[in-house]
Ligand binder design. Sequence first.
Ligand SMILES: [Zn+2]
Ligand SMILES: [Zn+2]
Length: 358
Amino acid sequence: MRAAIQQETGRDKLEVLDDVEAVGFGPGRVRIRIRATGLCHSDLSAMNGVLPQPTPFVPGHEGAGEILDVGDGVTGLRPGDRVLMCWLPACGDCPSCKRGQTHLCLAGFMNAGTPNFKRPGGDVFGFAGTGTFAEEVVVAANCAVPIPDDVPYEIAALIGCGVTTGLGAALNTAEVAAASSVAVLGCGGVGISVIQGARACGAAQIVAVDPVATRREAALRFGATEAVAPEELADAKARITGGEGFDYVFEVVGKSATARTAYETTRRGGTLCVVGAGAMDDIFQVNMFELFFDEKRILPSLYGGGDVLRSYERAIALWRAGRIDLEGLITHRVRLGGVNDALDQMRSGTALRTCIEI
Ligand SMILES: [Zn+2]
Ligand SMILES: [Zn+2]
């Protein structure tokens, strides 16, 4: 079957090959025919080495498709079921799961060092234990979450990562209060989802901050009340908050420099919510006096920061009710053979989400 493969870290082009096989099918596991996958910024970060990932590997972790086959012992899933891919499944048994923080369950990562694919040339890994830039993948049954019939594959795929990450940051982690002021630094697919989440929570002001004009324009369509370039942020803070700072500031870039700007843009006693996935050697600094004296809450948000299955349901409910726009997030569509064009669009900063139909 066909899959797009990153041969080594640092290369900027994937090779689309047709001699790939999904491996590991057996008890407790399912085989999925991927139908749609989103291109998430984390895929680029794995390709360029910002996020750790063994090579060669198949990128992609935001996918949806149909079940082809279920292994022994799998209950609740049958061939033909439509599912979305959860790259961080909860085991239900570990200390994190038992205390209700299922998004911190690491059970799904235990297999991260196990190859998901093979080729005549050897083993191939899947990014984050999945690898959705492929016609088929084999994953643990709890990575396959059934979706209602009215949710198209391309929408389900986005809910599998970017939408859940952004909405959850606003709804679960920051718990944005009605009538509050919000700034969102970084307005790709995840940042736009934060904006939609903040709007659903009833924020009064939502300021989108991004260096790319097309993203600022998009942010306004998705509920931002104002959109500014990074160099205009200090002025917006002074004008909108009287210089005090915003009640909530979301960092959706994954860099210490933007996190520091976000910290300084947050009011005393306000909330800095860190959503961006950054590098291990990029250090965020806060001095001990400001940390204590300004009492700003620094809240990281991983994969939406709440019960993942509940977050999926909530995204679907808001989408069905017309309270969030998910179709509009898809700014480009390509087939698997056009994946390198999709990568270029993502790097150019113009794409919110690219949907790869497989
Ligand atoms: Zn667990
Ligand atoms: Zn992602």
